[in-house]
Design a protein around this ligand. Structure first.
Ligand code: ADP
Length: 238
């Protein structure tokens, strides 16, 4: 395990996010605080409407909190302008979604390469990085297939390769196994666990499935926009 650093890698401090005004006000996040160490694998669970997606949007710099402080690697995210936040997203964060979000009629390789265009990388380097990312998820033989020729589990692995190709420090995964059967879900979780262990990637994952949460080190349980508890999983406590 990496050493504790004086300032935490990621910290949410008393974060609120209020939607609407007056009578219609919704406190999607109502004073959320937690820290994430570099190299940790945490999962966020809780009933529907408890604020998990809102928390992920804040962590992913896709939404700004109404109040509170979000620190990322010693930087207060609120102090960054739009472009700087976009750069933070592009250079430090990788996203994985329940629905894979792959482009149709586009090969696995091209799907993985696409975000690298926005990083300003040349063609040869893009391709080399994309192939290396597909290797990490065990899909090099499927590089020329488009999503319609791949199973759900394979499509999610392409999406993971796409996230990895950007060389992120953090993966934000929103119900990555939500559309998969148990066997494929376990494969995806084993892959995420391996990337966490071997590549030192910090992973923050939302899931509805308790079995999948057990692949993480720590579980944050949210209710009504608050952290109800934050504890080690069985694996994390071992
Ligand atoms: P979860 O991901 O746990 O299901 P969300 O973060 O999506 O929860 O939602 C938390 C609360 O905020 C819910 O009451 C939801 O209806 C509300 N909410 C989320 N997004 C919006 C929005 N854009 N406008 C108004 N209310 C929202």
């Amino acid at each position: 395990m990496p050493n504790d650093t004086p300032s935490p890698f990621i910290a949410l401090r008393d974060i609120t996010r209020v939607y609407g005004k007056g009578e219609a006000e919704v406190h999607a996040l109502d004073g959320v605080s937690f820290e994430v160490k570099r190299g940790e694998f945490i999962t966020i669970m809780g009933p529907s409407g408890s604020g998990k997606s809102t928390a992920m949007n804040v962590l992913g710099c896709l939404d700004s909190p109404t109040s509170g402080q979000y620190m990322f690697n010693g930087i207060e995210v609120a102090r960054l302008d739009r472009d700087q936040r976009a750069l933070l997203r592009r250079h430090y964060l990788g996203f994985i979604f329940q629905g894979y979000n792959l482009l149709p009629r586009t090969t696995a390789l091209q799907n993985v390469e696409l975000p690298l265009i926005y990083k300003g990388l040349g063609r040869a380097e893009r391709e080399a990085r994309a192939i290396s990312a597909l290797e990490k998820v065990g899909l090099t033989q499927r590089a020329d297939h488009d999503p319609s020729e791949l199973s759900g589990g394979q499509q999610q692995r392409v999406a993971i390769a796409r996230a990895l190709a950007g060389d992120p420090q953090v993966i934000l995964a929103d119900e990555p196994t939500g559309n998969l059967d148990t066997m494929r879900s376990v494969e995806i979780m084993e892959l995420l666990q391996r990337l966490n262990r071997d590549e030192g990637l910090t992973i923050i994952m939302v899931t509805h499935e308790e079995d999948m949460a057990e692949y993480a080190d720590r579980l944050i349980w949210m209710v009504d926009g608050k952290v109800e508890y934050d504890r080690k999983t069985t694996k994390g406590a071992a």
